[in-house]
Design a protein around this ligand. Structure first.
Ligand SMILES: [Zn+2]
Length: 252
């Protein structure tokens, strides 16, 4: 089986499992949810392949497509369909095609502010537009990450690109397409798994309900992320394998 078909199949399976949990949590059955999840998961997979493709705006287009897939999973077992479109740390939501709402991820927003005021980084408006999230340029040759030296990194839904990534590139460094995939993977974890759990915990109190009206704290998804990264070594991470597999021969 081709690598792309295989990736699509895995995402469809993850989608089916996720939608089933959502439907059962709502006291509904699983038959419809499995089908809805397979379609949603496959849509997420297509979104990731688009985000990994080397054209201007691929990250943005892929992110919104993936978001439609994520919305299918989180709507499983519900009488309402809420489409949620992420732009940077903000989500614009449309329920049943008529009710408009918005949410903001506080942790992502704080990270963006920290990067904006950092002395080594500055925002790249064009690349941010292309990726549908904040892209920062770091004026150091490489980034010092927990996995060693890197040309790019993705953290809190934002992308950071080192200076050396821009040599031999006509404006858009190849590593951006790899990081785009990570943004979409984070979207799945945050929107389909971690944030809803965090909301249901906070909603136990009235002050929590006031916070969650428009804000996702985002600490649980951060915790899941940190835990997964500390347990699984870099070369064995399925999310790294996916990001590399979808961006073959990009030379970085
Ligand atoms: Zn990576």
């Amino acid at each position: 089986m081709s690598m792309r078909a295989q990736d699509l199949g895995i995402n469809a399976a993850i989608g089916a499992a996720t939608a089933t949990v959502w439907s059962l949590a709502r006291g509904r059955g699983f038959k419809r949810a499995v089908l809805q999840g397979l379609i949603g998961g496959a849509t997420i997979g297509v979104g990731r392949q688009v985000a990994a493709s080397p054209f201007s705006g691929s990250g943005f287009a892929g992110r919104e497509l993936s978001a439609v897939g994520i919305s299918a999973l989180t709507s499983a077992g519900s009488d309402h369909t809420t489409l949620s479109f992420p732009v940077g740390p903000v989500e614009l939501q449309l329920t049943d095609g008529k009710e408009f709402d918005w949410r903001v991820n506080a942790t992502y927003a704080v990270a963006a502010v920290v990067n904006s005021v950092s002395r080594t980084t500055h925002i790249d408006p064009t690349l941010s537009l292309y990726s549908g999230t904040f892209v920062f340029r770091d004026n150091r040759e490489t980034l010092h990450t927990s996995n060693g030296e890197a040309r790019g990194s993705e953290f809190f839904g934002g992308i950071k690109i080192a200076k050396s990534a821009f040599t031999n590139s006509n404006g858009t460094p190849n590593v951006l397409y790899h990081e785009n995939v990570h943004v979409l993977q984070d979207d799945y974890l945050a929107f389909a798994v971690a944030n809803p759990i965090e909301r249901s915990i906070l909603n136990q109190t009235s002050i929590g309900r006031r916070i969650t009206r428009h804000i996702d704290v985002g600490l649980l998804s951060l915790g899941f992320n940190g835990l997964a990264n500390s347990i699984v070594p870099y070369n064995s991470r399925p999310w790294e394998r996916e990001a590399y597999a979808l961006t073959p021969r990009r030379n970085y």
